[in-house]
Design a protein around this ligand. Structure first.
Ligand SMILES: Cc1cc2nc3c(=O)[nH]c(=O)nc-3n(C[C@H](O)[C@H](O)[C@H](O)COP(=O)(O)O)c2cc1C
Length: 411
């Protein structure tokens, strides 16, 4: 098997074609200006990704209102942001018109920060919580999601990813823990309705079959009552609801799904597998294959947690070749996933697909899994790779001087 052949082969998503199998994951980097518009730093990051010739790039989690931010300098998608976002998309398309560009739309819910945002929740989780949302408020949030999808379309994005993962509002509604007796809670039929209605409305109101819609989903949040468990306080994994969700969204026009797991403020090592237990990465193919097996062949599945494999020096044993490129190609060939999502690796080397296509594999900078990027994220600093990019080494040093060193695994 030649991994290059597999990974550099094109794939269709809806009416679009991605030139290769690499998907650069949404990675919030907290460097927008005070209006939530892209700054020079934001431009630099995405210009590199587009130069790197990825098949598809996701714009990081972009907040649908000022009030729903989890990062102080988060990108924002409100009517005031149309022009700057249009210029941004235009610039990226000038650099590389082949790469498919989607926006990840989000509302942070109970992960919104009360010092600069409004912390709200569906049903307070012990240690989390916030103002409990009324039906009217959630209906208004649906309007705001629909409006932000229309703005993404107007700005020239090729599609959107509705963030239904990682403990943000989209996943809080879905989880069995939401047993609150209301329109959007209790039975699975009620909990899934927000996502179903949202997809239907966006499909209808954008009304362009070229515009892609999809979702990033934590198939298993990893704590009792989280999405992908068997009940409101059950620790047992049960994928019945996640599978029903993706099938229902596919019926409503979704053409891709990004598989994830965990809810990082609670179960961080499931979302970002770390070097203390790299074998947690083996959970993810089970979830992406469950997605793959239950969808139409033309619906694209994107698997997560490939950064851990690196160049094979990864602490994973009993496998002949566990390097990223080999594992990724094998998983595509074996029907485990269609595309390969790269998160931390995309910060370490945004040029990976280009280097691969030019036969320069030995020049790839592999993510070291130091997780300094996560530390910067949690500390609300600007985010980037402190290992390979000197600017972010300095940001890290300054952040630690100001706030002390943070042990990421204990947050
Ligand atoms: C600094 C940082 C920012 C992230 N931002 C987002 C985000 O905006 N949206 C999202 O869905 N996931 C986000 N993630 C999770 C990644 O997209 C990805 O799912 C996760 O890191 C696992 O992939 P990896 O092993 O390739 O890093 C972020 C992760 C990190 C480390």
């Amino acid at each position: 098997m030649d991994p290059r052949k597999v990974l550099l082969s094109p794939i269709k998503i809806g009416n679009r074609t991605c030139p290769n199998r690499f998907f650069m994951q949404a990675m919030e980097c907290n460097d927008a200006d005070t209006e939530g518009n892209p700054t020079d730093l934001t431009y630099q990051r995405y210009e590199n990704l587009f130069r790197g010739q990825s098949g598809m790039v996701s714009l990081e989690a972009i907040t649908i209102t000022d009030k729903s931010r989890s990062r102080k300098n988060q990108l924002t998608i409100m009517p005031r942001n149309i022009k700057p976002l249009t210029n941004f998309v235009q610039k990226m398309k000038e650099i590389n018109p082949e790469t498919v560009f989607i926006f990840q739309l989000t509302h942070s819910g109970e992960l919104s920060k009360s010092d600069f945002s409004r912390k709200v929740c569906i049903k307070p989780l012990p240690g989390y919580g916030g103002d409990v949302l009324s039906e009217e408020e959630l209906d208004r949030i649906m309007e705001e999601f629909v409006l932000s999808a229309k703005i993404a379309y107007e700005a020239g994005a090729d599609g959107i990813d509705l963030k239904l993962c990682h403990g943000y509002l989209g996943s809080q509604i879905l989880r069995p823990y939401n047993d609150r007796p209301w329109k959007y809670g209790g039975s699975w039929e009620n909990r899934r309705q927000f996502a179903f209605d949202l997809f239907e409305r966006i499909k209808r109101e954008v009304n362009d079959s070229n515009f892609l819609i999809g979702a990033k989903i934590s198939a298993w949040e990893g704590f009792p009552g989280g999405f992908g468990t068997a009940g409101s306080d059950s620790p047992v994994i049960d994928l019945t609801e996640p599978i029903d969700l993706i099938k229902g969204l596919e019926e409503r026009g979704a053409s891709f799904f990004i598989q994830s797991a965990g809810s990082p403020s609670i179960t961080i090592s499931l979302t970002q597998v770390d070097k203390r237990a790299p074998y947690f990465a083996y959970l993810h193919p089970t979830f992406s294959k469950a997605f793959r097996d239950n969808l139409k062949p033309e619906t694209v599945v994107i698997g997560s947690n490939y950064s851990v494999y690196r160049d094979g020096k990864n602490g994973l044993f009993a496998v002949e070749d566990s390097s990223l490129l080999t594992v990724a190609a094998k998983n595509i060939l074996n029907g485990v996933t269609d595309m390969i999502g790269l998160g931390r690796q995309s910060l370490a080397d945004p040029l990976l697909p280009l280097k691969l296509s030019e036969g320069r594999e030995e020049e790839i900078n592999y993510c070291t899994l130091c997780d300094n990027c996560l530390e910067l994220l949690i500390q609300q600093s600007q985010i980037g790779c402190s290992t390979y990019n000197k600017y972010y080494t300095e940001v890290l040093v300054n952040t630690r001087q100001e706030k002390g060193k943070l042990k990421v695994s204990h947050t």
